[in-house]
Design a protein around this ligand. Structure first.
Ligand code: ADP
Length: 219
């Protein structure tokens, strides 16, 4: 991926983790927070760290916010500031704006004022951990939308030594196999004739309800 310019506003636990990770991946990161101490703490781990009130339009303009590719608004608990900053950043012309929401209503407002993507880190991580805890065969779980998910699942016993064609998981479970992991190998374009072996891990995509069906198989 080509190096991009990110601005991360609100350096709480979530925002600072995003800013540091983006920087470690080789991107240019401007990190902004109203709290001087947080700014000091992050200054060695990002390209630039600035203490500023991001609800002030003149400040955002002087920082050249409109030149950034992506803005990540991670002011969570102060809903009013989060909404105001998202609106300003969008109006200044940043093409892609991701904002963190506290709850569904907050998310709705953020989308209305132009956020391109809204995330709920606590809720999303809670869902993933709960799925991992409750089902011995689900290794990882990503919700794509309320209706669709991707998950890593260990092959059920009844799937072993059968080809994908024989298993016909698309019709039986409504899922598609994206990849098969076997030890250190990964087959990213499984064919109908490929056989599932004991211990294989399947990366599948499908309807959330269909995936729940598989989770129930081995509880
Ligand atoms: P988390 O739950 O990820 O720790 P918080 O909502 O607690 O997130 O943290 C939000 C951060 O946003 C805090 O560090 C806070 O100082 C910062 N913040 C709040 N309002 C503004 C603002 N107007 N301008 C810049 N930073 C802000």
């Amino acid at each position: 991926m080509k190096s991009k310019q990110f601005v991360v506003i609100g350096l709480g636990r979530f925002g600072s983790s995003i800013a540091k990770t983006l920087y470690s991946l080789g991107h240019e990161v401007l990190a902004i927070d109203i709290d001087e101490e947080v700014v000091q703490d992050i200054s060695d781990h990002v390209t630039h760290a600035v203490q500023a009130d991001a609800t002030d339009e003149a400040t955002l303009k002087s920082l050249g916010i409109r030149n950034f590719d992506i803005a990540v608004i991670t002011i969570g608990s102060d809903v009013q500031s989060s909404v105001l900053v998202t609106l300003l950043v969008k109006e200044l012309g940043v093409k892609y704006v991701i904002a963190k929401a506290q709850n569904e209503l907050h998310a709705k407002v953020l989308y209305k004022i132009g956020a391109d993507r809204v995330v709920f880190p606590e809720r999303d991580m809670g869902i993933r951990v709960a799925h991992n805890l409750c089902s011995s065969n689900i290794l990882d779980y990503i919700e794509l939308s309320p209706d669709y998910s991707i998950m890593e699942v260990t092959a059920l016993e009844e799937w072993e030594d059968k080809t994908l064609k024989e298993l016909n998981l698309r019709t039986r479970y409504g899922i598609n196999i994206m990849a098969i992991k076997r030890g250190n190998d990964i087959n990213i374009s499984p064919a109908a004739e490929d056989t599932i072996k004991k211990g294989d891990i399947l990366v599948v995509i499908g309807g959330t309800d269909d995936i729940k069906n598989i989770e129930m198989q081995r509880m």
